[in-house]
Ligand binder design. Structure first.
Ligand code: SF4
Ligand code: SF4
Length: 400
């Protein structure tokens, strides 16, 4: 791995394309930028791990630098490692420790979701949250669903399918938007595919983004062990969250040196899987016309996953549906980043391009695969935002 880092470093030709594509560098000078924090300082860090610029906390881990780099330098991974080094030496504030533990927060908040949702809307509590913990009082907090995805799944009856897949729902679907997970299961049931549901650890991305790499590594090991046994039996592993997908597919190997080669062949976004069925002539066509004009936002982590926009081909099959690409870059939220009081203005400034595009397009609905992008776009524009699988479930007449 160390040798791989060196090779990636030597590939840097100092073109600064990563800098021009970094949404954070574009709006603030508080961040030293991807090149300086990435390959430039990594040269020193190889000899002296403490050589981390304190501005590393301003990297949002959006991975636009990786996508843009013409030389294949793993800049965001270098930054994540550097952030981990910084946090290991200086510690992480309580706020970051909590925001990073999305699964734990989900389990705790689900003891009384209605109370948590109510508390999150009371101005006094929000003000206290900012003063005491540094959580922005202005950012819309995620709402917790009355029942988790797993609880809802236990109440559902699905006929056994000709094919079986495993679904990795991720924390946001599990605790906040279980309707997205149900839409995945319903759409796949329509194709004769049965979805096996098992509880997994959080993918670990919020821990990685907050520099808590030891805990993230532990979560990763648990997930790899659990998923490998399905992969060994030939099952596809389906995700609906681009960040979970990217973390399972790339971060576990790049950051933690876990051997995920045999696992990676099995991990797919749900729309990649539907496209595979379409290529085999096995996709049941969605028949209900949807007379809608919606904006589409491509999440940064879907771009970084390098699988294009697999939902596009499937959305094109829905009669009457008009999908318009917003093509306005990063939404700015980047997981827990935009919830932090000192980063909220940066996050909103980055997202302003997306908000403007929604307004100029005059759409009343937006679709995007990432739960955090959904939250941010709704926060910045007030329009309804859905996962594309929910529209597909509507077109199949299975949406509840
Ligand atoms: S884009 Fe890649 S090659 Fe260019 S400066 Fe950044 S890291 Fe170096
Ligand atoms: S991950 Fe995003 S915020 Fe961090 S350096 Fe790269 S482009 Fe900038």
């Amino acid at each position: 791995m160390r040798q791989y880092d060196n090779l990636a470093l030597d590939n840097c030709i100092k073109c600064s394309i990563c800098v021009t594509n970094c949404p954070v560098t574009r709006v603030t000078d508080k961040f030293a930028g991807p090149k300086q924090n990435g390959p430039d300082l990594e040269r020193f860090r190889l000899e002296e791990p403490a050589a981390v610029h304190p501005s590393i906390g301003y990297c949002s881990n959006c991975k636009n630098c990786d996508v843009a780099c013409p030389s294949g330098v793993s800049i965001a991974t270098m930054n994540s490692k550097a952030k981990g080094e910084f946090v290991a030496r200086h510690g992480a504030p309580l706020r970051d420790q909590l925001l990073a533990r999305v699964g734990l927060m989900g389990r705790v908040c689900h003891l009384a979701p209605a109370l948590v949702n109510w508390g999150g809307r009371v101005k006094l509590f929000r003000w206290l949250g900012e003063k005491l913990f540094g959580v922005s009082k202005d950012m819309t907090l995620p709402q917790y669903a009355g029942k988790t995805f797993y609880q809802l799944m236990r109440q559902q009856k699905f006929a056994p399918g000709r094919r079986k897949v495993v679904y990795f729902p991720g924390c946001y679907v599990t605790y906040n938007t279980p309707e997205v997970g149900l839409a995945v299961v319903e759409v796949l049931a329509k194709q004769g595919v049965q979805v096996l549901v098992e509880e997994f650890n959080c993918c670990g991305l919020p821990l990685i983004a907050n520099g808590l790499l030891a805990d993230a590594r532990q979560a990763a090991r648990g997930n790899v062990q659990q998923l490998q046994k399905y992969a060994d039996q030939g099952y596809r592993i389906i995700t609906s969250c681009p960040s979970c997908n990217l973390t399972l597919r790339r971060e576990y190997h790049e950051l933690f040196d876990l051997d995920t080669d045999s696992l990676n062949d099995h991990i797919m976004d749900v729309f990649e899987y539907l496209n595979e069925l379409a290529r085999q002539g096995e996709l049941v066509e969605p028949l209900n016309p949807l007379d809608l004009r919606v904006g589409y936002h491509q999440p940064c982590h879907l771009k970084a996953a390098g699988c294009g926009v697999p939902s596009k081909e499937i959305m094109d099959r829905i009669p009457g549906l008009q999908v318009l690409g917003l093509d306005a870059g990063c939404c700015g939220l980047s997981g827990s980043y935009g919830f932090k009081a000192e980063k909220y203005p940066i996050s909103m400034e980055i997202g302003s391009n997306v908000f403007r595009a929604v307004e100029q397009m005059g759409v009343k609905q937006v679709i995007t695969e990432c739960g955090m992008c959904q939250l941010q776009i709704h926060h910045g524009t007030g329009v309804a935002v859905y996962h594309p699988i929910q529209l597909l479930a509507l077109a199949y007449g299975t949406a509840k």
